[in-house]
Design a protein around this ligand. Sequence first.
Ligand code: AMP
Length: 361
Amino acid sequence: MIEKEDINAIVKDYTKDKISIGTLGSHSALNIFKGAKEEGFRTVCICRKKDEIVYRRFSSADEVILIEDFSDLLDEEIQERLRRLNVILIPHGSFNAYLSMDKILNELYLPMFGNRKLLSWEIDREKQRIWLRRAGLTIPKIFEDSDQIDRLVIAKFPGARGGKGYFLVNSPESFKAKTEKMIRNGHLKREDLKRTYFQEYVIGVNAYIQYFQSTLQDEVEMLGIDKRYESAVDGIGRIPASEQLQIDLNPTYTIVGNIPITLRESLLPEIFKMGDNVVRVSKEIAPPGIIGPFCLENVITDKLDIFTFEISARIVAGSNVGIGTSPYAYLKYGERMYMGRRIAREIRLGIEKNKLEKIVY
Ligand code: AMP
């Protein structure tokens, strides 16, 4: 297990006016790099050959380190190169998706912005539920077993990512019928059945709230809101109902992009309270709690009840809709503030105030 002292020792050796910001070339890297550059940092993109074009065309990276696979980030040689470049890593969704949590916690000897212990709370649905409950948030009902299903439920398999592989069922029978078909088609393994997570499907609209916990300024900021653009569910409304019935459509939720939104102002007091409570509880479950970006993923019903079905304890790709600015970042900071830049600003502040140790773990 990497101890905080190990990270402090690495940071202590860094040349403070030569710190660079690095991340894996994927997910929200464009956002992170642009923000870093606007705050005067050098940027280091660790990326696969096939993705390099993106960071070259947008001139995002001062340094590109090519790797075969994201897990090569753990190679001692690559890590040493990054340490020599005085890199602070910014974790994003591809870290959890492509590196094992175990390795992030035990083998990644590089300072990361944020609290890496919380990433392990994020990948465990049961731990998420405990965290959100303790924060007093309303969460969808969970069904332990398919026999208990008595309403519309979204079934999530272990390892299902980015909404891919979710499906709806409304009874034990419909679960059995659908999963048998999926097993026959090779879309599902029988051993995964036992580990299915059933969540009440809340009918309403999505709102993904992008927060930033500023450890150095001691405030939970709200910098943007988005909803997801998902295939095929967002395309189903374009097909007449009669055809939908004929082809026995099954909505899937594979994320393809994001769409910015603003919320009714009357919902915002609750939104701020939710963010504050989640941060308060994070300090109890994994001291010193959240540092930097996090996101609450909600469905808001026609009664304006807010159900939170997930939390991400890091930058989310939805914050890419705010590159440049978002209405809420504008309200707080004026022009040209967005999640990638807000991260870099906090690191800049940490360097200036000699408090980097408070924000990298
Ligand atoms: P996720 O990958 O968990 O962020 O969710 C992917 C998609 O599933 C999103 O469109 C969500 O709105 C939808 N979703 C997930 N859980 C629920 C739920 N409990 N009720 C309604 N929609 C959900």
